[in-house]
Design a protein around this ligand. Structure first.
Ligand SMILES: [Zn+2]
Length: 362
């Protein structure tokens, strides 16, 4: 059976976690010195490695191997990786109806570990626990049973009661930088024997929005069944626009040609692209133009091909800093408003009109 990339390439040790070095350092220190806590709160946006880290910590707390923990090789590490270890209990608060959660937290919590050293409860989407389950959890956290560790993962810590927050060691997961996602993609493609071009992978990484899991799902879609991957493949498969589209619509705005800019925007939507996503990437393009203006060797900040860099430089030279700043500000505001608007397209069109009007005043 085919297994999704984010499952088959799920990190099994702290070393292979991507982009969360600050958290890895804390946890490794605690494990080495035997000072791990009874309750952790892992916060961060989706796909940044919270559940994966929770499983690695669960392994480290039960690992029977020699040397640095988790070893990834001993029976406990293997069973936890396979999801068959009796003392690691995962609760998905978003999908359970709450009755089970309460029972597990009230009753089962008091039993000692069955096979391992430490019982680990991983509570995913902890902010979705029912009030009853929250109360049961709080009681348990007030007097944590020996050899039991709770790991709460959440995208929205503000929704958890402060009584629970105050009893947890809080660790904040960062969005993963594009270059780290790109490096991971390169490793994976090498391992799979896929001849993927760097600019193709960079484009996918730029669409992942800081989430390794989302990035891997996109990569999955792009390389499904093929032995090679080019940037054009990605543009086609993910329905994203190439630099040329952004250059062209930006040029119309620089020239103050409102009609042309609006027509090009309509064309993009007619091709089936989403207004909000296109605008987000367009702001990214304007940001790239600013970077090129100021940074002498911008390759590392941009992850674009040499050809695209030359085009960016040409457009950047034609645009004034004030214009770029105004355009970024205006489109960013429109983007924020558009997320909640019934017809986001209109909000973005208004921004285009405003930005072009700025040029006409000159
Ligand atoms: Zn082990």
């Amino acid at each position: 059976m085919y297994q999704a990339l984010y499952r088959s390439f799920r990190p099994e040790t702290f070393e292979s976690l991507v982009g969360q070095e600050h958290i890895v350092r804390i946890l490794k220190n605690q494990i080495a010195s035997g000072t791990t806590g009874h309750a952790y709160l892992f916060c961060g946006t989706r796909g940044t490695g919270k559940t994966t880290t929770a499983r690695i910590l669960a392994k480290a707390l039960n690992c029977t191997g020699e040397g640095e923990k988790p070893c990834g090789e001993c029976p406990a590490c293997r069973a936890i990786a396979a999801g068959s270890f009796l003392d690691v209990i995962e609760i998905d608060a978003a999908s359970n109806n709450g009755v089970d959660d309460v029972r597990i937290l009230r009753e089962e919590v008091n039993f000692p570990p069955a096979v391992g050293r430490t019982k680990v409860y991983i509570i995913d989407e902890a902010h979705m626990l029912t009030p009853q389950a929250c109360n049961a959890l709080l009681k348990t956290l007030e007097e944590p049973p020996a050899s039991t560790v709770f790991i709460l993962a959440t995208t929205d810590p503000a929704k958890l009661p402060s009584t629970i927050l105050s009893r947890c060691i809080r660790l904040d997961f960062k969005r993963v930088p594009e270059e780290k996602i790109l490096a991971r993609f390169e490793e994976i493609c090498k391992e799979l024997g896929v001849d993927a071009k760097r600019d193709a992978l960079a484009l996918i990484a730029s669409q992942a929005d800081g989430s390794v899991r989302d990035g891997l799902s996109l990569l999955d879609r792009c390389i499904a069944g093929s032995a090679s991957l080019t940037r054009d493949d990605v543009l086609f498969l993910l329905g994203v626009s190439g630099v040329e589209t952004y250059i062209s619509i930006t040029r119309s705005m620089i020239e103050g040609d409102t009609g042309a800019a609006l027509s090009q925007f309509a064309q993009v939507l007619a091709e089936g692209k989403e207004a909000v996503r296109f605008t987000r990437d367009w702001i990214g393009h304007l940001r790239d133009l600013l970077i090129v203006k100021y940074v002498a060797k911008p390759q590392q900040l941009l992850s674009v091909s040499d050809e695209d860099l030359a085009r960016l430089k040409a457009q950047s030279a034609a645009a004034e800093v004030d214009f770029l700043r105004a355009a970024i500000t205006s489109l960013s505001r429109a983007l924020a408003d558009a997320r909640w608007a019934p017809r986001p397209r209109i909000i973005i069109e208004m921004a285009i009109v405003d930005i072009c009007a700025l040029r006409q005043e000159h």
